[in-house]
Each structure stands twice: as structure tokens, then as C-alpha cells.
Write a protein that binds this ligand. Structure first.
Ligand SMILES: C[S@@+](CC[C@H](N)C(=O)[O-])C[C@H]1O[C@@H](n2cnc3c(N)ncnc32)[C@H](O)[C@@H]1O
Length: 315
């Protein structure tokens, strides 16, 4: 059997509109909305990049990255609803494959500077990939509901991996904020803020206050740089923490760009913390169970031709 590099697999899936990319982060998604089905073969983005906001300094930061992985480590997380059996060995060796069982929700970590080869069985057959050192991965279901391995955002065992870092294209950011009718009186929270572009844009364009939350200190540092660069550091702040443990109850607008299963996980927290009337805007993925709260929907085609769905809800 031929083995493949996971990044190229992810890229090809993205090109088909199923997953996301790069920086090789990625993700997948499935769409649950009927009327969107035809549109939603979305490519999650081409990543351009970068960044902004406040906080710490880098050497330490990179070292204690939210990935919680050293440059030699590889983390594999099981996000599916059953244990997964896989086989692993160092890449480019003839050593024996080692059998492993990863329980639901568990994270397995390996030290392998040269990378690892992994095999597992999915309904469409045996799959083999090469895993890079310093990278996190996650077993998830693909859009057909089949077991697949995707890139992840971190290897921490004390936090859920809600989505790898893939920035929302700026055209989509602009539409998300316009659809939510953001004003200077709003407090915008981006849960999993990446490079801070959404709250910084809300502050710069509308004078809104904003809070970005992300587990990865590199994203927080980028966000802080961006806020300073755009002259809105006095309006926004960025917090390095797990979204699932955050207090965002003061938000008047919440923005999301997370995997569908993460939106589902987050829904009870949104319901518990947000006041009625708060606008929640989600890029590309619906919030399962909030169908009756949906008050808007748009598809934005960005410069490279990819289409992005935006869902607007009122809590
Ligand atoms: C797809 S990116 C979205 C970035 C930004 N919101 C945007 O739209 O451009 C998802 C972000 O969620 C962060 N993330 C993943 N799991 C997280 C968690 N448990 N708590 C906080 N942030 C998390 C990742 O680090 C990543 O930056």
C-alpha cells in the first residue's frame, strides 16, 4: 500500500471543499443544511495570513506553544465516538508496526524527530499517512461519516481541539460583521480568535470593543501585534485560554469559525452564557440545534473563487 503525506491529503480534500488547509491545519466539515448543500462545497481557505495582537514574547511562547508539543513530538487525538485501532512505526524503516488502541477523547503522544507512519482501517479501506514531528493530528469523521485523520491545533490533554488555525478571509470577516450589524456599542467575542482579525476589524471599522480567545500563545501574540498595528489596542484584548472554560457572558456579538462538532459542543455554553438577543455569526458551519434561532445566511465568494457560508443567529 502506498503511503501519503497527510498534508497533501488535506490539501486535496480542501480543494474538493471538504476540509481545510494549511498551514496545514485543517479540518473538515460537514454541512447539515439542506438549502446550502449545493453551495457548500466550500474550500476553507487559502491561507494567507497574518497577524496581530498583544502578549508575550516569543521564545518562551513558541516553546510553550498551545500545541504543548516539542519539535520532536507528534500528538494524535481521538475525536470520534468510538475507540480507534491503528498501527504506527517510524517512517522509512522496516521496523514492525506497533498496534495501538486510542480510546474516545484520548491523546497519544510520540517522540519521533523523523516523523511516523500510521495505518488504520476506514470503511473505504486501509489508509496510511506520514505524520510530521511537532504536529498535532485528530481522528475525526469526514463528510461521509468515515474515519479519517486530520491535522489538529494542539496536543493538550486538558482542552478540546476545536479547530486548527485557518484564518477567515477578510472579505468574509467584513460580511460577518456587517450581517451582525456591529456598532461601537458592541462587545464582540471571537471564540478561537486565531490572528485576531475579526475583533480588530470590528474595532477599526465600527469602533466596537472586542475580546479574542485562543489557546495558542502564538495566535495571541499575532493578535496583539495586529491590534497595535491597526491602532485599536485600546479597544480590544486577547486572552490565552480554553474557549470551553471562558466567560464570554458580556458579549453582545459572538463570532465563530470552528468545526461543526465543536459548534455542537459549544452550544450549551452559548445558551448558558449569552443573553437573549445576542448575535452569533458562524463562518462556514452551522450550530446544530439552533435552526430556529437562525436569522440570516449568506454565501460569499472570495477572490480565489472559493465560497464561504455565513450563518447569523440570535440567541
Ligand atoms: C479556524 S481558526 C479560526 C480563527 C479566527 N476565528 C478566524 O476566523 O480567522 C480556529 C482557532 O481556534 C483555536 N482553538 C482550537 N481549540 C481551542 C480551544 N479549546 N480553546 C481556544 N482556542 C482554540 C485554534 O488555535 C485556532 O486559532
Amino acid at each position: 500500500m502506498k503511503s501519503k503525506n497527510l498534508s497533501s491529503l488535506i490539501r486535496s480534500k480542501i480543494e474538493k471543499g471538504k476540509l481545510n488547509p494549511k498551514n496545514r491545519r485543517l479540518i473538515n466539515l460537514s454541512f447539515h443544511s439542506l438549502f446550502l448543500t449545493s453551495l457548500i462545497i466550500v474550500n476553507l481557505l487559502a491561507l494567507f495570513s497574518s497577524h496581530s495582537c498583544t502578549r508575550p514574547e516569543s521564545t518562551t511562547q513558541e516553546a510553550e506553544s498551545a500545541l504543548a508539543l516539542s519539535s520532536k513530538e507528534i500528538a494524535i487525538r481521538n475525536v470520534v465516538k468510538e475507540e480507534v485501532r491503528y498501527f504506527i512505526r517510524e517512517v522509512y524503516t522496516d521496523s514492525d508496526w506497533e498496534e495501538k488502541i486510542i480510546p474516545v477523547g484520548a491523546v497519544h503522544k510520540y517522540n519521533a524527530a523523523a516523523g511516523l507512519a500510521i495505518r488504520f482501517i476506514s470503511p473505504s479501506g486501509e489508509k496510511e499517512y506520514h505524520l510530521d514531528a511537532g504536529q498535532a493530528y485528530a481522528f475525526r469523521y469526514d463528510e461521509r461519516g468515515e474515519l479519517e485523520l486530520f491535522e489538529g491545533s494542539h496536543g493538550r490533554e486538558d482542552a478540546v481541539d476545536l479547530a486548527p488555525f485557518v484564518p477567515t478571509p477578510m472579505e468574509v470577516v467584513e460580511r460577518m460583521l456587517a450581517m451582525a450589524a456591529v456598532t461601537k456599542d458592541d462587545l464582540v467575542y471571537d471564540l478561537g480568535c486565531g490572528d485576531g482579525r475579526i475583533v480588530v476589524t470590528a474595532a477599526k471599522k465600527y469602533g466596537a470593543k472586542g475580546v479574542g480567545i485562543d489557546l495558542d500563545p502564538r495566535r495571541i501574540a499575532e493578535s496583539l501585534d495586529r491590534a497595535k498595528r491597526e491602532g485599536v489596542a485600546h479597544l480590544v484584548r486577547f486572552e490565552q485560554q480554553d474557549v470551553m472554560k471562558a466567560d464570554f457572558s458580556k458579549a453582545t456579538v459572538v463570532t465563530l469559525y470552528l468545526l461543526p462538532e465543536s459548534n455542537e459542543l459549544l452550544r450549551p455554553l452559548l445558551e448558558k452564557q449569552l443573553k437573549p438577543g445576542v448575535r452569533v455569526v458562524s463562518h462556514n458551519y452551522e450550530i446544530p440545534g439552533w435552526e430556529e434561532k437562525q436569522v440570516g445566511y449568506e454565501v460569499v465568494t472570495v477572490e480565489n473563487g472559493t465560497q464561504h457560508s455565513i450563518y447569523l443567529y440570535r440567541r
